[in-house]
Design a protein around this ligand. Structure first.
Ligand SMILES: [Zn+2]
Length: 233
């Protein structure tokens, strides 16, 4: 069983675990914190002395992680951060309040929440996006019902599904899976993705017949596709 404790070292506070291993293991985690796994018998002085000897290495590790972290978009759920909805950009305005609420006003995304930390704001915003994507996508799919009926295709029904590399997919039974992230794109781009998936109800491939159909229902699909791909969500 390992016991965890925080100890002071020349490299700052470190989490110390004990184990049956024979040598001390020093790790720098991606957030820059230090973790030590020491043999059961090793004295605290010996551990600290060992950390002192590895200071150069610890600094190099921290610098490398720091550079990596700087490249990552941080602080996305704080006041002033930009978020998209239907192709437009809005800035976050976070307000402390009893009742959770998210709404758009002018150029702002207002997020009212009892706790205003990044995690809570992200949760509130994600829930709002999901609700809006359901409303918007359902309404758009409904406009295809008649088109499908005329072609003896199943009535399209929506399923929201997070997909890391796809905006949508279509199942034989008429289920159109759409990525809720798509709600951040413009209406024209959303309609292109839906048109693409609806055409798959008739043509289960990306052959010539599929593209002829897509060209009929969405003549400028290629430029919409390009716009969607160039969008930075
Ligand atoms: Zn496709």
């Amino acid at each position: 069983m390992s016991r965890l404790k925080i100890v002071d070292t020349p490299a700052g506070p470190a989490r110390l675990k004990r184990s049956r291993r024979r040598t001390l293991a020093i790790s720098v985690l991606p957030d820059g914190s230090l973790e030590l796994v020491a043999p059961d018998q090793a004295s605290l002085e010996a551990i600290v002395a060992r950390v002192a000897k590895r200071m150069g290495w610890i600094k190099t590790q921290r610098r490398a992680f720091g550079e990596m972290n700087a490249l990552r978009p941080a602080l996305r759920f704080v006041n002033g951060a930009t978020h998209r909805y239907l192709g437009r950009q809005y800035r976050l305005k976070i307000v402390k309040g009893e009742v959770k609420e998210v709404f758009l006003r002018g150029a702002y995304f207002h997020v009212v929440t009892p706790k205003t930390n990044q995690y809570e704001v992200e949760q509130a915003l994600e829930a709002w996006y999901r609700r809006q994507s359901r409303l918007q996508f359902e309404r758009r799919l409904a406009s295809w019902a008649e088109w499908c009926r005329h072609r003896h295709l199943p009535k399209p029904k929506l399923r929201l599904r997070r997909m890391p590399k796809r905006w949508g997919s279509a199942l034989q039974d008429g289920t159109i899976c759409l990525n809720p992230e798509l709600i951040k794109a413009s209406s024209a781009c959303i309609d292109y993705v839906i048109a693409h998936e609806i055409c798959h109800l008739k043509h289960h491939h990306h052959g010539k017949a599929f593209y002829t159909e897509l060209g009929n229902v969405c003549p400028d699909w290629a430029s919409r596709k390009k716009r969607l791909e160039s969008m930075d969500l």
